[in-house]
Write a protein that binds this ligand. Structure first.
Ligand SMILES: [Fe+2]
Ligand SMILES: [Fe+2]
Length: 174
């Protein structure tokens, strides 16, 4: 629940709305218990990669600039989470991969969207530049997705990226 008097700024509103669109796509992709709907999942993959690109290529560098050239303390963890999320998009989506994605996204999005979270910090640092920043974010082009790969090298990269960010695949964590 948001504290009384909290008004999300332009950056928070724009990126939180993108989170909702991505959640909707993932929900559509996983509507059936026994298989993942590939077309919706591909839209989700492309959308999540674009979203991560907006944060990594535009928002994190801008926040660092506004912060006097120093990366925000949360930046390293955000980048590790993005690495884990992007890695999970590489293999064919199994129910365990999708469950792991949902779990990480839920925590990650909360850390970004909550009052005093990363987006709120960016809105406060951006101040008068916030609307201009949203225009740049909005102009980010679509991302093309590569075919899935389930090679041993890819699967081990997924495990390593998850481990670096402090997570494990759902099957590993039970
Ligand atoms: Fe993010
Ligand atoms: Fe995000």
């Amino acid at each position: 629940m948001q504290p009384r008097g909290y008004e999300p700024g332009p950056v928070t509103r724009f990126l939180a709305e993108d989170h909702r669109c991505l959640e909707q796509l993932l929900q559509t992709a996983c509507a059936s218990a026994d298989h993942v709907a590939r077309e919706a999942y591909d839209h989700f993959r492309a959308g999540l990669l674009r979203h991560i690109g907006m944060e990594e290529k535009i928002l994190l560098p801008a926040a660092q600039r506004w912060n006097g050239g120093k990366p925000l303390s949360i930046a390293a963890k955000l980048r590790l989470d993005h690495g884990a999320l992007a890695a999970l998009l590489m293999p064919t989506p199994t129910t365990l991969i999708v469950a792991t994605l949902c779990r990480i996204l839920e925590q990650h999005n909360l850390a970004e969207e909550s009052p005093d979270g990363w987006y709120d910090i960016c809105d406060r640092l951006a101040a008068a530049e916030a609307d201009q920043l949203v225009t740049r974010l909005r102009a980010t082009p679509k991302v093309a997705v590569l075919p899935h790969s389930d090679t041993a090298a890819v699967l081990s990269a997924v495990h390593r990226a998850l481990e670096r960010a402090g997570y494990a695949l759902d099957s590993d964590s039970r």
